[in-house]
Design a protein. Sequence first.
Length: 283
Amino acid sequence: MRAESSPASGEQPDSAKEMPAVRRTGAAPSYGKLPGRATGIAIFVALLLWSQLGWRLFSAGVFAVSCTALVVLAAAYTLLVAVRSGRSRVELERTYSEHLERLSENLRHIAYHDSLTGLHNHRYFHEQLPHEFERAQRYDHRLSVIMLDMDHFKEVNDRYGHLMGDQLLTFLGRLISENIRASDIAARYGGDEFAVILPETDLNSAQATADKLRQVISGRRDWGGGLLVGVALDVSAGVAEYPTTAASSEDLLLQADRALYASRSRRRATPTRPSRGPRALRA
């Protein structure tokens, strides 16, 4: 599954954590600190006193030169304040720009990921499938899709509760993401259905990946430090490939769904249901 820089579901976004720091930066610019203010006040007082008393204490030439020096000093201080103020504004704008960029990334992660499993969601899948299909057409590459459906998931919810069902879906999402390539796109399609886009993959290789996922899922019983008891953990899978079995992105999804339905029908002819017992987890 393609990695993104967004934070994991449930974590507080970095942008939210850094907002107080941003506000402090804007509220206390560098030129507003006590030494800078004291310097400005000292220059103002010196100009005021010198304009009132300097002509009495010194000759006209010395007084004129001193006044000029004080005016130049005041002008230099004003320029320094303006430069620091400009730098502070630039830094503040850069900080907020970075904050908005991180916020945008966080919102994108929320918009395109399933909060329960951490996989991509239905929307992202349907946006990426036409894109990957167009790329496969342009470069004359193969493109495959796997549809996965958990067997007897309703029975798991009915017998052990929806909390157990959520844990099971999270477990499946992790197993799927750990057993596909980084270039593959895995998504929670809806409910207990999952879908995987496999770029540059022919039908045989996609079927091998589907078989691998089924074996990995059916062979695991543990997650979160517990042991799954009495639940027949297995999935049905359907595979389709462009251009062998499908001629468009819509047809590719349709053929994979039909293959899934056929596989599910064959497997349900000899069902394996959860065993009796009130417990689902054992330490």
